[in-house]
Design a binder for this molecule. Sequence first.
Ligand code: ASP
Length: 341
Amino acid sequence: MRTILLIYTGGTIGMIKDPQSGELRSFDFAYVYDHVPELARLNINLKSISLPKPIDSSEITQEHWKNLAQIIVENYEVYDGFVVLHGSDTMAFTSSALSFMLQGLKKPIIFTGSQLPIGTIRTDGKENLITAIEIAAAFDEKTSEAIVQEVAVYFEYSLYRGNRCSKISANQFEAFESPNYPSLAVAGVNIEYLKDRLFRTKKSALTVQSSFSNQIALIKLFPGIPFELYKDLFNINNTKAVVIETYGTGNAPSSAILQALISAYISKGGLVLNVTQCSSGSVKHGAYQTSAFFQKVGVISANDLTTEAALTKLQYLYGQNLSIDEVKKQVTTSLVGEMLD
Ligand code: ASP
């Protein structure tokens, strides 16, 4: 029998309505468990653990990521797989962060949650939870190895790579998409795994890296953006790297202020990473004149990274004492299947 550890962090799945305010707030894990008696009928040895204080995932911090990684590492040898119940709002950030922190995985870490609390009649939480557990327990009969050996997100019949997906809907059950990398599995009558899409590590053992930089910033371009308001952001003493969300294939207005800020920042050792605002496709410097400047001054193309993966990857890379050249090398290399190589 496979052994799976269920880690409850909070999120809508376990929330109940506050009788006074009518607001949804996080509740006890026992509440989730009580609403899914089917769990006892799965032929899986299921154990659970909860964060001391379950949270709405908007409250998630790097400290929570460390706690989560620590729980997984401490239990790594004992369990065949892990299911993390997490609010959907920041799930793609946490799944991306965990994919960078825990490299060399041979076991699945499946994130799931729901759009409706588990106690509501039309909840999507039951199916998400039960199937996520089945995926975490799935193994190859010949080798006994886990089928999924990476951090993934299961939501509404699809399994996505954790560092490739984004939350795209605030109210549809199909809340996630992974436009630049296809689903790893689709759950219908059977769960169909797309085996050639699954990540396989080249590392021989699990490695854990739990330090993050909190000096990474994000700017999203919009027409009329007053770049002078961002001057303090491009200060190398405060900010190690800036992710800039640009238009289309990586284009920006030819603003003298922006160009001066970026040139000075990079010459002082800052890193600027260009991600596209589009939900699919990738950055290609020099495709238009409006991105030629970026190429000239050494802005780095994030290729087809999601913003969630770009930010967490930089937080992770700058959390280690790497040289700027090493950061630049790793940021443009796929570490755990997060981008096209
Ligand atoms: N606000 C909730 C959260 O992210 C939404 C959800 O769980 O889907 O915790």
